[in-house]
Design a protein around this ligand. Sequence first.
Ligand code: MF3
Ligand code: CO
Length: 249
Amino acid sequence: MIVLKSDEELKLMRRAGMIVAQAHQLVRDNVRPGVSTGELNQMVEDFLVGQGAIPAFKGYHGYPATICASVDEVVVHGIPDFDKKLDEGSIIGVDIGAFVDGFCGDSAWTYAVGAIDDDAQRLLQVTEGALYQGIEAAVVGNRLGDISHAIQTFVEEAGFSVVRDFVGHGIGRVMHEDLQIPNFGPPGRGVRLKPGMTLALEPMVNAGAYHVEVLPDHWTVKTKDRSLSAHFEHTIAVTENGPEILTRL
Ligand code: MF3
Ligand code: CO
């Protein structure tokens, strides 16, 4: 069932989104060579709990941490670790979800660790750009497939590939509501977008081929060819006035 949110519910979604955005600001300010992914996880958890928010990932199907920290060829769901210190030149995808007053915000961003090379920089720009292409397509009257298609086209024109195995999703009182949003596919298909829909759009883009594999820890997802991968995600609302980004300061 697709849950349309009332204005009152959207207000609560905005608050959840704002706290997640603030948590990302904290990460942005602390990503640097030498910091461990475990420390980043601890900072975010302390911040969220201090705000009265509930980390959305911890305990979700047994996931052990508050953030996902996905370094270089890790696509998504990297488990934070105090022994995993960041190296200059790496990229790190940080995914954060939180419940505030019963509603969920979910957002991922990929950060540069110190100075990164031009290829990595371009991967970040293209993946972020793909997210915004998807958001721009999230207008009333368009179909779900128009979002998917906008993302795929932008990524592939840049010479990168879109991960097939993980998708965006509806979001609200639970993290994953109905509507799966692939980051690829034909335009003009799928449900029509309506005011009050709240969606988490989250392109995952590989510098090499789109194939991925899950490591024996059952969480960490890497590119099969070990090429770099980036992930950007915003929670948005479809409104009469166009898409509204909820997880932005
Ligand atoms: N943004 C991801 C998602 O929508 C994060 C989930 S990580 C998990 O599924 F650990 F909670 F699974
Ligand atoms: Co998500």
